[in-house]
Design a protein around this ligand. Structure first.
Ligand code: UDP
Length: 329
């Protein structure tokens, strides 16, 4: 199949491209390289361009006949979305409409969308299933939810089949060590701790120790990047095969919660094997951080026939540490 991966130079997109190419698909990457890296596109053909460029999209869809589109290109910094909502609505929402409209014009009817647990907002219960109310508390989450709603209308009006995958905490790295996580600025817990261990950072700050959890630190659902990508491949297969139609949405997590302290403990154990250690400091809680965010991914498992492979936190951290060592030590 010929698949367009938008945002294929980013962390999740680049792992997805590798997986698709290894499965024998013909992949074209569209990325503006604003946060992604040319070097992360290991296979497939890279078209450098922006979703705001309607002419570029039109030309691309005229030249290529895509069987499906996966969309990972978005701004994803929650804090920035609070101070600069325009950027988030324009890029995550407006530019996605450009992509959807060119798909409709060219009769490309299969779309996989990178959504987020941030569409749920403050959890009312845990683990969070697909029936949980969606009430985002920041423009990032709202911009993603708006696209989810658009997809429902595009399914009924234009017959566009889509699957929204709502990620919890994507993490880890390619088990073969070819790719890994590279954000600038980096805001995610696991890469930040590993950077503190490799010496790229002086210390890691724990954002709050007074939460209503066993050890007082926040609990999150860390899902390995390869498991996440495997779910995308299955989702595309589900709609392309015609087994399901319409606008679908599934939560993706491994269903296990780990606290910030547990993550630090496992990192300390793993990096000690390389004679590395890290300094931990306590800081204030981060605004808008719920105590516990864990996914109920039963639906994804049942409907997509998805089974996460790397659920063990130590394995996830070993893969991420191998990558951190490769780029820093
Ligand atoms: N966290 C932390 N220190 C950091 C970065 C994150 O204690 O330097 C905590 C954060 O409060 C949250 C968890 O680690 O409870 C995961 O945060 P991350 O930003 O990786 O993902 P999020 O859950 O916000 O999407």
């Amino acid at each position: 199949m010929k698949i367009l991966v938008v945002g294929g130079a980013g962390y999740i997109g680049s792992h997805m491209v590798n997986m698709l190419v290894k499965s024998g698909h013909d992949v074209i990457v569209l990325d503006n390289l604003s946060t992604g890296f040319r070097a992360s596109v290991k296979s497939g053909r890279l078209v450098v361009g922006d979703l705001a460029d309607i002419h570029l999209l039109e030309n691309l869809f005229q030249q290529e006949s895509f069987d499906g589109v996966m969309h990972f290109a978005a701004n994803s910094l929650v804090g920035e979305s609070m101070t600069n909502p325009s950027k988030y609505y324009r890029n995550n929402m407006g530019n996605t409409l450009n992509l959807l409209d060119v798909m409709v014009r060219h009769d490309v009817n299969h779309f996989i969308f990178s959504s987020t647990a941030a569409t749920f907002g403050e959890p009312e219960y845990s683990p969070i299933d697909e029936n949980h109310p969606q009430a985002p508390i920041n423009p990032y989450g709202t911009s993603k939810l708006m696209v989810e709603r658009v997809l429902q209308d595009y399914a009924s009006a234009y017959g566009l089949n889509s699957v929204c995958l709502r990620y919890f905490n994507a993490c880890g790295a390619d088990p073969e060590g070819e790719l890994g996580e590279c954000h600038d600025p980096e805001t995610h817990l696991i890469p930040l701790i590993l950077q503190a261990a490799s010496g790229r950072r002086a210390f890691i700050t724990v954002f709050g120790r007074d939460y209503d959890t066993d050890d007082g630190t926040c609990i999150r659902d860390y899902i390995h990047i390869n498991d996440l990508c495997a779910a995308h491949a299955l989702a595309l297969e589900l709609i392309i095969s015609g087994r399901k139609r319409g606008a679908l949405a599934y939560n993706l997590g491994n269903g296990l919660g780990f606290s910030v302290q547990q993550v630090i403990d496992v990192v300390q154990k793993v990096v000690l094997e390389d004679d590395c250690s890290l300094l931990v400091e306590d800081g204030e809680p981060r605004v808008g951080d719920p105590a516990i965010l864990v996914a109920d991914a039963t639906q994804a498992k049942q409907v997509l026939n998805w089974q996460p492979e790397y659920v063990d936190l130590e394995t996830i951290i070993r893969h991420a540490w191998a990558w951190e060592k490769k780029i820093s030590l």
